[in-house]
Design a protein around this ligand. Structure first.
Ligand code: UD1
Ligand code: CA
Length: 487
């Protein structure tokens, strides 16, 4: 085996490679038509999310950040679904139908390049760890070597599953052999194909035309373009990527977990460098679009998902799950709470064990305490619901005190109804509001009341049966049960 090929090196801006890169037009094809059989999923592979973002979008973002404007995505399996998740204005989609292999997929993009003169990068939609710098370096290498076809390779301890790079005695690539078609000696080669290539556009499509499906899978292998180029005496360059993780391909759920681990780790590093304290980084999972402001402290086992935004000086305690929510500054989200599409303004405390469901909007300096559930409700500034409460379909003013065990009875079995409680009310413990019902400003509701009618402002409302006392005769009082008598 030989891996004597040229290595990817950092390209200086004023180097001949960089100048060549700047002068040459580059475009890209991203292959995303396959089903991803090894994922064993109803969802096509490239749409599987990593940290809340479909895998293929990582590849597209990296290509864009490397400065490439013309980008063609080859879709096939669940094409509509893939197309919907791409930014249609900027990405051109073509269809490969049926899907007869990676070479066949590139051929499906040919029509989009009829007027293009330059070089084409080819990437797979299942390499989410790729970084813009790797793409820039590859283009620099390709230009520097005056190459017409370059394969990005990597050297792995365990090359299982990847196509192997066979080099000739001069160090040039002579062919790429898929694992299924490799003999024992070839299987021992540890330099593998990343599935990322750069080629002169005209040459690329002419090589593709010569590919035949003569292999173990009966597919048109893109990898066969290497041997075809060599047959035409066109040298094929192999550029070795030093950090192999960056080009890992996701084929199975095990690969998905490995790629996710790396992306989450990048997210944590970015947060910490941005001034956020993570007490136990490894156990904090932060999706791609989440933003957290400096000086917020995140304890262990916290998940921040979707488009969540968290302000400054917040404390997020263990076991908290927050999705698509907006959290202001100086907010404490205490142990074991779940917030889903909720808004919590500055200085408020939520939890422990609170549940903010969609459309819960909690104002400033408020308190939503333990075992409190809030759904589709606005809770005003300074209002407190500290214990064991359900607030659903309600509007609660500011500086309201909601006693322990209060429930808005919002559902009559057919429809949901609203409860409105105006500013400054005091609601005793264990009150039920039979909605629709409205409580005027500054009113007081006695503990244990079931409120079925509107209450005017500044009113005391109590609705509970008067207590009576009946003396017990001898022998009528409570007796210990047989169960209690057991030692
Ligand atoms: C491919 C390479 C292999 C390389 C590996 C790197 C081939 C034949 N093999 O293998 O040498 O080591 O990538 O990760 O190219 N696709 C289509 N249309 C198709 C088939 C696939 O668009 O008809 C797309 C898939 O959606 C995927 C990409 O091409 O994004 C790669 O396909 P995959 O089946 O994962 O190829 P590998 O077996 O990993
Ligand atoms: Ca793959």
């Amino acid at each position: 085996m030989t891996t004597r090929g040229q290595r990817a090196t950092f390209v200086r801006r004023d180097s001949p490679e960089a100048i060549y890169t700047a002068m040459t037009r580059y475009s890209a094809i991203i292959l995303a038509a396959g089903k991803g059989t090894r994922m064993k999923s109803h969802l096509c592979k490239v749409l599987h999310p990593i940290a809340g973002k479909p895998m293929i979008l990582y590849v597209i973002d990296a290509v864009r950040s490397a400065g490439i404007e013309k980008l063609v995505v080859v879709t096939g399996h669940q094409a509509d679904h893939v197309r919907r998740c791409l930014d249609q204005d900027k990405v051109e989609c073509v269809i490969q139908e049926p899907q007869l292999g990676t070479g066949h997929a590139v051929a499906a993009a040919k029509g989009s390049f009829s007027d293009f003169r330059g070089h084409v990068l080819i990437l797979c939609g299942d390499t989410p760890l790729i970084e813009p710098q790797t793409i820039t370096d590859l283009m620099g290498f390709h230009g520097g070597a005056n190459s017409r076809l370059t394969v990005l390779t990597m050297v792995l301890e365990d090359p299982t599953g990847y196509g192997r790079i066979v080099r000739d005695e001069t160090g040039r690539v002579s062919r790429i052999v898929e694992e299924r078609d490799a003999d024992d000696e070839e299987k021992r080669i540890r330099e593998v194909n990343t599935g990322i290539y750069v080629a002169d556009c005209g040459l690329l499509f002419s090589l593709i035309e010569a590919i035949r499906p003569e292999n173990a899978q009966g597919e048109y292998y893109l990898t066969d373009m290497a041997a075809e180029a060599v047959r035409r005496q066109i040298p094929v360059h192999g550029c070795v990527l030093r950090e192999s993780l960056l080009a890992m391909g996701v084929n199975t759920r095990i690969d998905l977990a490995e790629a996710s681990r790396e992306i989450w780790s990048r997210r944590r590093r970015r947060l910490m460098l941005g001034g956020v304290t993570l007490l136990d980084p490894e156990s904090v999972f932060v999706d791609n679009e989440v933003e957290v402001a400096p000086d917020t402290v995140i304890h262990h086992t916290v998940t921040l998902a979707g488009k969540t935004r968290i302000g400054r000086d917040c404390v997020i305690e263990p076991g908290v799950f927050i999705r698509d929510s907006l959290i202001g500054d100086r907010v404490n989200v205490l142990l074991g709470s779940r917030l889903d599409c909720a808004v919590v303004e500055d200085g408020t405390s939520v939890g422990p064990m609170a549940h903010l469901r969609p459309e819960a909007r909690i104002g400033k300096n408020a308190r939503i305490g333990n075992f409190v559930e809030v759904k589709k409700s606005v809770v005003g500034d300074g209002t407190k619901a500290a214990h064991l409460t359900y607030l659903g379909d309600s509007t609660i003013g500011s500086d309201v005190n909601i006693g322990c065990g209060t429930i808005t009875c919002n559902y009559d079995g057919k429809k949901k109804h609203r409860t409105v409680i105006h500013d400054g009310c005091f609601i005793g413990s264990d009150v039920q509001f039979i909605a629709p019902v409205e409580i005027g400003e500054g009113s007081l509701i006695g503990a244990g009341s079931t409120i079925t009618r509107n209450v005017p402002p500044g009113t005391l409302a109590v609705s509970r049966a008067r207590q009576k006392e009946y003396p017990l005769r001898r022998g009528q009082g409570p007796k210990p049960s047989d169960e209690d008598k057991k030692p």
